[in-house]
Design a protein around this ligand. Structure first.
Ligand SMILES: NC(=O)c1ccc[n+]([C@@H]2O[C@H](COP(=O)([O-])OP(=O)(O)OC[C@H]3O[C@@H](n4cnc5c(N)ncnc54)[C@H](OP(=O)(O)O)[C@@H]3O)[C@@H](O)[C@H]2O)c1
Length: 304
C-alpha cells in the first residue's frame, strides 16, 4: 500500500512510498483511511524523527476489519480515529478504543480534522468549567485548535475573545464576541485563557488573568521563551498556570467517548470545522504554508 514516510534528509520532509500492510494487534481494527489532517506539532516531528518513520495521528475512514477481540465498531462503519503514528496511509491499524462511529451527516474530511485539534480544544476548556458567563481568551484562534475552541467556548456560554495575527486571519471564526488582532490590544481580564503562542503572548496572557483564573499553556508556536517570576502574579492572586497534553490529560478510555462527542457536535451543527482540503500528494507543499501561518483552520488531505 502507499503511505507517507518521513524523509528528513531528502528533497521534501515526507514522501509517498510503498510499504507493507499493517498487521493489527488483537485490540486493533484495520481502517481504510480516506482523509487525514496535519497538525503544527507534526511539522516538528518530521524534523526530529528518523528516516522511514511513519507519521499520522488524525484519520477519517471506514473499518475494513474490526478488532479481533470484538471491541469497537463493526466492518463498514465510518469512523473518526486517533493513532499514535502511521495513520497517513491507505490502511491503518487503530486501537478500537481510539475511534468512534460517525453520524451519517458528518463527512470523513470533517472527521479527519477532529482528533488532535478537537480533543485539545475540548479538554483545555474543561479546565475552566463551568464556562457559562465567563470571559475566555483564546490565542492562536485562527488555527486548528483555536477555531474549534472558540466555537466550543461560545456554545458553553462563555464570552469569547479570539486573538488572531491579522485582518484576514479571523474571517472563518464563529462564535467569538470579539476578534482582536494581537494580544496587546486585548482589554480587561479573563477567567480562562488558552495560550499556545508562547513568548510575549504568554507574558501578556499572564497580565490578563483574573484572580483565581486559569491559564492553560498548551503550545509554544513562536518557539520563544517567557521570562516569569512570582511578581508577575502579584496582581492576579491565586491564578493558576496549567500545563496540558491532550494525550495524557484524561484517561485512555476517554478517547472514544470524546471522539464521539466531537463527531456529535459536528452532526448537530454546533461545531463547523474550517477545512483547507488537498490531495495527500500535496502534503509536502502545504506543510510549509501551515508553518508560515498561511492556513486558517485545519489542513485536511484526501487519500485519492
Ligand atoms: N499540548 C498539546 O497537547 C497540544 C495539542 C495540539 C496542539 N498543540 C500546540 O498548540 C499550538 C496550536 O496548534 P494548532 O494545531 O492549532 O496550530 P495552527 O493550526 O498552526 O495554529 C496556530 C495558530 O497560532 C497563531 N500564532 C500566533 N503566534 C504564532 C507564531 N509565532 N508562530 C506560529 N503561529 C502563531 C497562528 O495564527 P495567527 O497567524 O493568526 O496568529 C496560528 O493560526 C501549536 O503550538 C501546537 O504544537 C499542543
Amino acid at each position: 500500500m502507499l503511505a507517507v514516510v518521513n524523509t528528513p534528509g531528502g528533497t521534501a520532509p515526507v514522501e509517498l512510498r510503498e510499504v507493507a500492510d499493517p498487521q493489527p494487534a488483537p485490540n486493533e481494527a484495520l481502517v481504510e483511511v480516506r482523509a487525514f489532517s496535519l497538525n503544527r506539532g507534526e511539522l516538528r516531528l518530521f524534523q526530529i524523527r528518523p528516516e522511514g518513520w511513519r507519521p499520522g495521528q488524525d484519520i477519517g475512514g471506514v473499518v475494513l476489519r474490526p478488532a479481533a477481540d470484538g471491541s469497537g465498531p463493526a466492518a463498514g462503519t465510518r469512523v473518526v480515529a486517533l493513532t499514535d503514528n502511521a495513520g497517513w496511509a491507505e490502511r491503518a491499524a487503530v486501537p478500537a478504543h481510539r475511534m468512534a462511529a460517525l453520524p451519517d451527516n458528518v463527512l470523513l474530511e470533517e472527521a479527519a480534522a477532529l482528533p488532535v485539534a478537537g480533543l485539545t480544544a475540548l479538554r483545555t476548556l474543561r479546565h475552566g468549567a463551568p464556562l457559562l458567563g465567563k470571559r475566555v481568551l483564546i490565542t492562536g484562534a485562527a488555527g486548528g485548535v483555536g477555531h474549534m475552541a472558540v466555537q466550543f467556548a461560545a456554545r458553553s456560554g462563555a464570552r469569547v475573545t479570539a486573538v488572531v495575527g491579522g485582518p484576514e486571519r479571523g474571517r472563518h471564526l464563529r462564535g467569538a464576541d470579539e476578534i482582536v488582532e494581537g494580544i496587546d490590544k486585548v482589554q480587561g481580564r479573563f477567567a480562562l485563557i488558552l495560550e499556545s503562542a508562547g513568548g510575549s503572548s504568554l507574558a501578556a496572557a499572564i497580565a490578563r488573568i483574573e484572580a483565581k483564573g486559569t491559564i492553560v499553556i498548551f503550545g509554544n508556536s513562536s518557539g520563544d521563551p517567557t521570562p516569569f517570576s512570582f511578581r508577575n502574579l502579584a496582581e492576579h492572586p491565586n491564578a493558576r498556570i496549567q500545563g496540558f497534553s491532550y494525550f495524557t490529560s484524561e484517561a485512555e478510555d476517554r478517547f472514544a467517548p470524546d471522539l464521539a462527542l466531537l463527531a456529535g457536535l459536528v452532526a448537530d451543527g454546533s461545531l463547523k470545522p474550517h477545512l483547507v482540503e488537498h490531495s495527500w500528494r500535496e502534503l509536502a507543499r502545504i506543510g510549509p504554508l501551515l508553518r508560515d501561518r498561511q492556513i486558517r483552520g485545519k489542513a485536511v488531505f484526501h487519500i485519492d
